[in-house]
Design a protein around this ligand. Structure first.
Ligand SMILES: [Zn+2]
Length: 271
């Protein structure tokens, strides 16, 4: 009798385990605002912890800008855009997700780096090299909006999840992600390339870029900036000569012409 009960309990346990594992593996959820269904299997808390370590490493090798007016501009735009993000989260019902983010904006002094990026958890790094292209608050809001969008859409997590699913068998994956911070670190490094190439993000997919552009424009509008500023920003970005450090903002996916045309179309139809 005891034996039989134990077997029954074991089967129930196995069933629960399989359901839980499957749920964890598919990790299916929807991107806020766009509603696109995606699979994110990486543990966000662990990603935030790896981000923290990598961010500290990056900062130990970088120089924070001492330009008071440039820093004031970043703080001003950041404040407006974070407030807009919180307000949109209420509109679209993802405030609970947002509670997890600790927004932090850093301006790094490097005139040759035409770049900005966001780490999981909400650390946004802007390089001084992109400021001449931003030109003003609205131009900077294009950059900040785009980066906040990558963060709240969990694009980094989705990319790592895709890589993990390809690299590891599905059963091994669950076990590995549960136990190995090293594995998370290595996946993280593969996407963000911090430490080795110092803040150079591998280009996002065209899908992620287009999605970040659209969410970014919606955030800008909510924050009171004119989304049309994005057209000028990407035109200036496109016009700037090559030879500088390739980075997420110089990514060729989507091509500048396509991106600008897509942004114009979005603005025409009210985003
Ligand atoms: Zn991007």
């Amino acid at each position: 009798m005891i034996m039989k009960n134990n077997t029954a309990i074991s089967w129930v346990f196995l069933g629960v385990l399989l359901v839980a594992t499957w749920g964890g593996l598919t990790g299916c959820s929807a991107v806020p605002i766009t509603g696109r269904s995606r699979s994110v299997v990486m543990d966000e808390a662990r990603l935030a912890s790896v981000s923290e370590t990598e961010y500290k490493k990056l900062m130990s090798q970088s120089k924070e800008s001492q330009d008071a007016s440039a820093n004031a501009m970043v703080s001003r735009v950041a404040k407006q855009m974070v407030a807009a993000t919180e307000s949109l989260a209420k509109d679209y019902g993802f405030s609970q997700d947002l509670a997890f983010y600790k927004w932090r904006f850093t301006l790094i002094e490097d005139p040759k780096m035409v770049n900005a990026f966001c780490l999981p958890g909400g650390k946004i790094v802007v390089y001084t090299g992109i400021l001449p292209i931003a030109q003003d608050d609205a131009g900077l809001a294009v950059i900040v909006g785009h980066e906040i969008a990558h963060a709240i859409a969990k694009h980094g997590n989705e990319r790592m999840s895709q890589t993990a699913l390809v690299n590891l068998g599905s059963i091994i994956l669950d076990k590995t992600l549960e136990t190995s911070t090293e594995e998370t670190k290595s996946l993280f490094g593969g996407i963000y390339g911090l430490g080795t190439t110092l803040g150079v993000l591998l280009p996002y997919s065209r899908l992620h870029e287009t999605e970040a552009d659209r969410i970014g424009l919606i955030l800008m509008k909510k924050a009171g900036y004119d989304p049309k500023a994005a057209i000028g920003f990407w035109q200036r970005m496109s016009a700037q000569s090559g030879g500088k450090t390739p980075a997420e903002f110089l990514s060729t996916h989507p091509s500048d012409a396509t991106r600008i045309a897509d942004i114009k179309a979005l603005i025409d139809k009210g985003l």
